[in-house]
Design a protein around this ligand. Structure first.
Ligand code: ADP
Length: 196
């Protein structure tokens, strides 16, 4: 089983590329944002707890997100070749928890693919997404900028963490989807063949 992280700021295209990777490699896409939004839609205990945090662009608590991740990683479908983690981990604590969870299963992160996109581009993309998807956290500029700031302070330090583990790869995320996807596929195909 392979475990890849698709990494980058909000609006970098993590969800878009994850969906394409699912089709090409028979991976399962795990988006913690989607898992949390599903809990909110169900009005579950978790959903009620995290709703206002997410709407306001704050992170959900580590414990809750870990529980959601554990549930989906534990029993994949038979045809599943691996996982694309999108939106997880988002801070060092989550990264350490993920390493522990995978180590228990005799696995590790095979690669972290980081989409590099400048701030103006991601703000523009999120604004366009706001017209299509009905996400409260995409509506206000202040909330969007707050999420980007949280990315810089909490999530970006993970780049050094994964670089030090030798599994960090960056891709230009400001190109067309096709070009970006081609670069991502080249990295995954190389890693898949090196790490049989
Ligand atoms: P984006 O990366 O574009 O902001 P996501 O769908 O990945 O969108 O995340 C939406 C929101 O869900 C985040 O702003 C945060 O509130 C919450 N969330 C997602 N993943 C995590 C996580 N790993 N830890 C804490 N909160 C999370």
């Amino acid at each position: 089983m392979k475990y890849y992280i698709i990494f980058g700021p909000p609006g970098a295209g993590k969800g878009t590329h994850s969906e394409l990777l699912v089709k090409k490699f028979s991976f399962l896409h795990i988006s913690t944002g989607d898992l949390l939004r599903r809990e909110i839609a169900k009005e579950s205990e978790i959903g009620k707890k995290v709703k206002s945090l997410i709407d306001n662009g704050e992170l959900a608590d580590d414990e809750t997100v870990l529980r959601l991740i554990e549930n989906v990683i534990i029993c994949p479908a038979l045809e599943c070749r691996g996982f694309i983690l999108d939106g997880y981990p988002r801070n060092l604590k989550q990264a350490l928890e993920l390493d522990k969870l995978l180590a228990k299963r005799g696995s590790r992160i095979n690669g972290v693919i980081s989409l590099i996109v400048d701030e103006d581009t991601i703000v523009g993309r999120i604004r366009r997404r706001a017209l299509i998807e009905n996400r409260k956290d995409d509506l206000e500029t202040e909330t969007i900028l707050h999420r980007i700031k949280t990315y810089h302070t909490c999530t970006e330090p993970l780049i050094d963490y994964y670089k030090s583990k030798g599994c960090y790869y960056s891709v230009d995320g400001s190109t067309t989807i096709e070009e970006g996807f081609e670069s991502i596929c080249r990295i995954i195909e190389r890693l898949n063949s090196e790490q049989q």
